[in-house]
Write a protein that binds this ligand. Structure first.
Ligand SMILES: [Zn+2]
Length: 392
């Protein structure tokens, strides 16, 4: 688990790449003892969190991992080691569960750690305070939070502008200490890709399908999301019959909160995956600017995914722009739903255009409401690009 996810990572609007420098460490006897203690504490806390997760899951059916702080009173020796290492153990266990939930057959359930497995390691993140960073390189060593400066041999040095993000200290079976240091550096700006009609997709937000595309594709939200949503609704009904303040009620509230959080995680995963798929497959994506407001209105009626459409759009935006592609926002008052995409005929105000299907009175085209709207969104988005190109 330790230090595996280092290839590239994106935050909204900015792009960074990551690289690792591996170094041999030469700790003093005292520093080595501290490392051993830290390895032990990380193993201890991993196992405790894992067994509590299992207990909680057996009792409630919901996934939850307590934070390391919860264990410190019962196990004061945890306070002797770098707290960062414990926090990172929590992150690693959470990540192990995330990939397990995504692909249980391939990754397997997180396992307990035994000392004899011989995979001793801990990770700590660098924090930059006004007084300076908590972890930094010196000429012939590396400064860490509790250990101080540990002697090290570097095969190469970081370049100017590289930021030290985190360090993983490990021990081999033969007793050698190593570390890998992860650095972040800015990625070069991508070449802009001009949108063409063939490589552009229009997406219409849809209450029942999450979105409908101009080519008729729909993103039907996954089945499990609906299942957990139903579980949440049942729990809510049960709570309505309980006495507020009673023990049962308090337990149900806690369960409700956890399940709610679990659904939010599922939704986030789904949104990231779906936006990644779209951003890789197309050069430009057209969406309406007002879908969010519609979504909030329908929020209580439907499956909760509309809450995520704003996030979906934000994900698309940075995943596209990272590749030099564009998200084209169509103005909110454009009449995309009541216009025929084929001839441009506009249904007069007052006519019910919310039907699933209608036939254009002007050209006779048979129109699926949401697909037709997505087609109009695509046309309008591409038109925006052409006008800015002409005026430029
Ligand atoms: Zn028409």
């Amino acid at each position: 688990m330790v230090g595996r996810s280092q290839s590239s990572h994106v935050q909204a609007g900015k792009t960074s790449l990551y690289t690792t420098i591996k170094a041999r460490l030469y700790p003093t006897a005292e520093q080595a003892e501290l490392f051993e203690k830290t390895f032990g504490c990380c193993r201890f806390i991993w196992n405790r969190m894992l067994s509590d997760q299992q207990k909680f899951y057996d009792e409630t059916g919901a996934h939850f991992i307590p934070t390391p702080a919860k264990y410190k009173d019962g196990a004061p020796f945890l306070k002797e080691v770098d707290n960062q290492a414990l926090i990172q153990t929590h992150n690693q266990l959470s990540q192990a569960f995330r990939i397990f939930f995504k692909n249980p057959e391939h990754f397997g359930h997180p396992r307990f750690k035994r000392k004899k497995d011989g995979r001793d390691a801990f990770t700590a993140c660098n924090h930059v305070f006004s007084s300076g960073p908590t972890i930094y390189l010196t000429r012939d060593g590396i400064r860490m939070t509790k250990a101080g400066v540990v002697k090290a041999k570097f095969p190469r040095r970081p370049r100017n502008g590289w930021k030290l993000k985190r360090i993983t200290v490990s021990k081999t079976r033969t007793g050698t200490y190593n570390c890998s240091i992860v650095f972040e550096y800015p990625a070069p700006a991508p070449q802009p890709i001009p949108p063409t009609p063939e490589r552009t997709i229009g997406l219409k937000y849809s209450v029942s399908h999450f979105y409908v595309a101009d080519n008729g594709a729909m993103a039907d939200p996954p089945h499990w999301l609906k299942l957990t949503q139903e579980k949440l609704a049942r729990l809510q009904q049960r709570m309505a019959r309980m006495t507020p303040g009673s023990r049962n009620y308090e337990e149900a509230v806690q369960k409700y909160r956890l399940l709610h959080e679990h659904i939010a995680n599922q939704r986030r995963d789904y949104i990231h995956k779906e936006s990644r798929r779209i951003a890789n497959a197309w050069d430009a994506v057209c969406v309406r600017a007002d879908d969010l407001a519609d979504g909030n209105r329908a929020m209580k009626l439907s499956n909760g995914l509309e809450l995520g459409f704003g996030m979906f759009r934000a994900c698309l935006d940075y995943k596209l722009s990272r590749q030099g592609k564009s998200l084209l926002m169509v103005e909110r008052c454009a009449p995309t739903s009541r216009q025929c995409h084929s001839c441009g005929y506009l249904l007069p105000e007052g006519v019910d255009y919310r039907r699933e299907q209608w036939r254009c009175p002007a050209c006779g085209a048979a129109l699926q409401r949401e697909i037709n709207a997505a087609q109009n969104i695509k046309t309008a988005g591409l038109r925006q690009v052409l006008t800015t190109q002409k005026s430029a």
